[in-house]
Design a protein around this ligand. Structure first.
Ligand code: BT5
Length: 233
């Protein structure tokens, strides 16, 4: 699936570059640091040197469900990181990879005209975690006490993504649902979802569509908007 790799020292955002540049589907753009890395809903993605920041394009006609896709991508990142470090990672619905209570990686899927742009940030060897995210972010270096070869991490992640997206296209989300659920952070716990309003209840699993299933006082609710953020209640 990936044929070309462009690796730059610094860009504003690999997402923004792929939005503007004309690159083919098989190209991944990587940067050592980003000056304007972004998350979902206008949030910032802090991107100092030592981390891994990359984006690539997918055909929006092939991947229409933007709730399932980030879950499959997050699973791919977690599987690659587990293979490399032999440490277990969790998935926080809808798009994060966690180690215990802290975020290691985030996935962003953006539609821009006929482009579906996927961006992934992974905290690898950064020495300083910025104050504003210190209580909820970690790096592979902090977890394992050693540096990791970012090229190796990238290649392992891209390989997992290729394999999993092939299966996702040929088969369906069903192939992944159980695996994702087994790694889901806060499963079986009381949570709150913050977004357009607040929903509280017990997180009981994932729906077929990739939504979060929350057992509330009124029964089970399927949350299909990725615009919510999940927190422990
Ligand atoms: C995400 O958004 O988690 C998606 C992040 C995608 C970043 C990649 S890097 C390559 C590509 N180019 C870009 O410009 N972006 C993509 P969200 O779920 O909205 O999480 C954002 C929140 O995570 C922020 O509000 C902070 O609380 C936290 N955060 C920011 N930087 C972080 C970091 N380096 N590590 C962990 N958490 C961080």
């Amino acid at each position: 699936m990936f044929k070309n790799l462009i690796w730059l020292k610094e860009v504003d955002s690999t997402q923004e570059r792929l939005k503007e540049w004309n690159v083919s589907y098989g190209t991944a753009l990587v940067a050592d640091r980003q000056t304007k890395g972004r998350g979902r809903l206008g949030r910032k993605w802090l991107s100092q040197e030592g981390g891994l920041y990359f984006s690539f394009l997918l055909n929006p006609k092939e991947f229409e469900n933007l709730l399932q896709l980030p879950l499959v991508l997050g699973l791919s990142v977690s599987e690659a990181l587990e293979e490399i470090t032999e440490i277990p990672f969790s998935l926080k619905w809808p798009n994060d990879v966690y180690f215990q209570e802290k975020k290691v990686s985030g996935v962003l899927c953006e539609l821009s005209k006929d482009k579906l742009i996927v961006g992934i940030g992974i905290n690898v060897n950064q020495r300083e975690i910025p104050e504003e995210i210190k209580d909820r972010a970690t790096t592979l270096y902090e977890i394992t006490g050693k540096d990791w070869d970012r090229k190796e991490v990238l290649l392992k992640v891209l390989k997992r993504i290729s394999e999993n997206l092939k299966k996702f296209k040929e088969k369906s989300f069903k192939e992944f649902k159980g695996k994702i659920e087994s790694k889901m952070l806060y499963l079986g716990e009381e949570v709150k979802l913050l977004g357009e309003g607040k929903i509280t209840g017990k997180l009981v699993g994932l729906s077929e569509k990739g939504g979060a299933l929350i057992l509330t006082e009124e029964g089970i609710k399927e949350i299909l908007s990725g615009e919510f953020s999940l927190r422990r209640s």
